[in-house]
Design a protein around this ligand. Structure first.
Ligand SMILES: [Zn+2]
Length: 309
């Protein structure tokens, strides 16, 4: 760690600490699109990952603003979201069961509900709400019986309204989590349950590959959490952490095959990029980030409850 890293002016977007260090090297996204929209609105360029020493959050710099991200999602076409129902592969049944373990049926809000497939697969006893930036995906969700609300507009009749809030594959997209989590909590009833599903950076391959890990390489992924970051979330927002379990991102019947294949590819990339540094050899490989490693158990399912004040 160099002196420059310690004295940098970066501030943690979760705990606001300035005790932030650079984590890993300089990277360039290997993909140039956000939500399936080609990188035409803004130039993404290279990125670095910073680590907050206080709360263990990793965050990407530079990062698009929330407004810029919204523009990408608004420009997103039906193709990207499709009509697909990936609720089984995406463990929608597991999420429903976990939530029911800590409370009963009631009003549920799925933040970033996409085309509504997840909530549509949940039982009929739920009163289902969603929030979604992509208008095309939101229209599909409405057809699936999900009531769409705009959480950007604040409480407006939804103050302490929901029994359950789900944040699945979403929190890693949020550049200002402190403000975002605070906003969600205003919508949640006391003793209500909030479920997160996101990457867990305290997993072995991620720690080794650092900012070059496949999950960081996705342009719209900007913040990465660990159990330690969740402890900060718990204490700062008066939440109680009820559950933390690790999973692979999706269910995959051929997981073992893919794990071996991806281990091999990642190891090969490590060797080649080492040779590239030492001998200046290139082998035609241009990327600075590691190949996909989605067969690793690098996701966490987290359930919090909101303490009653
Ligand atoms: Zn922090």
């Amino acid at each position: 760690m160099s002196l420059m890293d310690i004295t940098s002016s970066f501030e943690c977007p979760l705990c606001e600490s300035k005790n932030v260090i650079k984590w890993g090297g300089d990277y360039k996204h290997s993909r140039a699109d956000i939500a399936g929209v080609e990188e035409s609105l803004y130039t993404l360029g290279g990125y670095q990952i910073r680590k907050c020493v206080l709360c263990d959050l990793l965050f990407k710099t530079p990062v698009l603003t929330q407004l810029q991200v919204s523009e990408y999602y608004e420009a997103s076409t039906a193709d990207q979201w499709g009509d697909g129902d990936f609720s089984f592969a995406r463990r929608a049944d597991v999420f429903e069961q976990k939530v029911l373990n800590f409370g009963g049926y009631g009003r549920v809000l799925d933040v970033g509900c996409s085309n509504g497939a997840m909530l549509a697969s949940w039982g009929t006893r739920w009163d289902k709400y969603g929030a979604e930036l992509s208008p095309i995906a939101a229209t599909r969700a409405v057809e699936r019986g999900i009531k769409i609300i705009d959480i950007e507009k604040g409480e407006e009749g939804f103050s302490e309204y929901f029994d359950v809030i789900t944040v699945v594959d979403v929190i890693e997209h949020i550049p200002n989590p402190r403000e975002f989590i605070g906003r969600l909590l205003k919508l949640l009833k006391p003793n209500g349950v909030m479920l997160w599903y996101t990457g867990d950076h305290s997993t072995p391959f991620w720690k080794f590959e650092k900012g070059g890990y496949w999950y960081c390489d996705i342009p719209e992924h900007v913040c990465f959490y660990s159990l330690e970051s969740l402890a900060f979330v718990e204490s700062h927002f008066s939440l109680k952490l009820l559950l933390h379990e690790r999973y692979t991102h999706t269910r995959d019947r051929r997981r073992l095959f893919r794990l071996i294949q991806q281990l091999f590819k990642n190891a090969a990339f490590m060797v080649f990029s080492g040779w590239r540094k030492i001998f200046g050899l290139n082998f035609g490989i241009k990327r600075s980030t590691y190949p996909n490693f989605a067969s690793a158990r690098d996701h966490m399912l987290v359930v919090f409850s909101k303490k009653s004040s």
